[in-house]
Structure formats: structure tokens, C-alpha cells
Design a protein around this ligand. Sequence first.
Ligand SMILES: [Mg+2]
Length: 176
Amino acid sequence: MRKDFFTPTWMIERIYQLTPEQLLKHNIKGVITDLDNTLIAWNNPDGTPELRAWLSTMKEAGIPVVILSNNNQKRVARVADELGVLYTADAKKPSRRGYKRALDKLGVAPEEAVIVGDQLMTDVFGGNRFGIRSILVMPLVETDMVWTLLNRRLEKILFKRMQNAHPELKWRNNIV
Ligand SMILES: [Mg+2]
């Protein structure tokens, strides 16, 4: 079977829909997550109560979470420290290096991790290159400052292509 680099393993609307039970069922012991438009909206850098509740649930279940972001050190550190999670900034996704650093921070093997993100060409592509399963989420807000117009167009084309090739992949609210 041809490896399809832009195809996520699952598609869910929001990261907070993931529960420890769902993750453990798929032998996922650590979560790598994108920052912008996955965890937080650009216009709300402190995150929502739902996000904070989700992070507490993961902590209680002993599932570590690490932010893997292409955004700069200063911005990512500010959010990660505020939320109390690990992070890797300036990740240059889809480069493999960032994923390696994130896995080291989680202390899990690639097959025991999942990458959650809103972009096929960075988050999902990088995960597939590294053999990490991936979850595509809906972007939290339509207009994201860090997205260039070109990126948005490319992402739309990739998404359409992916959906044509994989009509069985649908937006859901869990990964059971
Ligand atoms: Mg993003």
C-alpha cells in the first residue's frame, strides 16, 4: 500500500474530546500537540476552561502532553508555562527533529504517541514521516494570524484530495 503522508489516522473536532480511556485503548501513552489553532486561538493565548480541564484530566491519568510548535520560543514558553505543560518551540514541522525532541520529553516510543494538530502539511505530515499516529482537529478559529494565505490555500487543496481518497475518514467527536 502506498504511504499517504497527508492522511491523518483520525479526525476529531476538538482536542478536548479525547479521553484517557480512548487514548489507552489505542495504546497511546503520550500526546504531542500543536499549539496555534489546536490548543489555543490566536486571540486567546491563555486557553479556555475546557482546555484547562482537559489538561488536568490527562495529568491525573498520567498521560504526558507536550506542545510541538513552529512558533517562537518566547511565545510558546509563555503559553506552556501558563498551562503547565512541556513544550518544544521552533520545531520546523514537518521536520523530524522536533518530533524526536517531543518524544524524548514524553518518554514514549513513536508507536505509543499521537500528534494532534490542525494542519495536514505540518502536523500530520510530520507524524506520518516519523511513524506517529495523528489526529487532525478543526482549526479553533477561521482566521489565524500565523497562517499565510498561501498556506491556507495549500491546506485546503490537500484536505480535499485526502477526503477524496479517504471518504471513510469523517469528523467525529472521539477516536473509539
Ligand atoms: Mg496549528
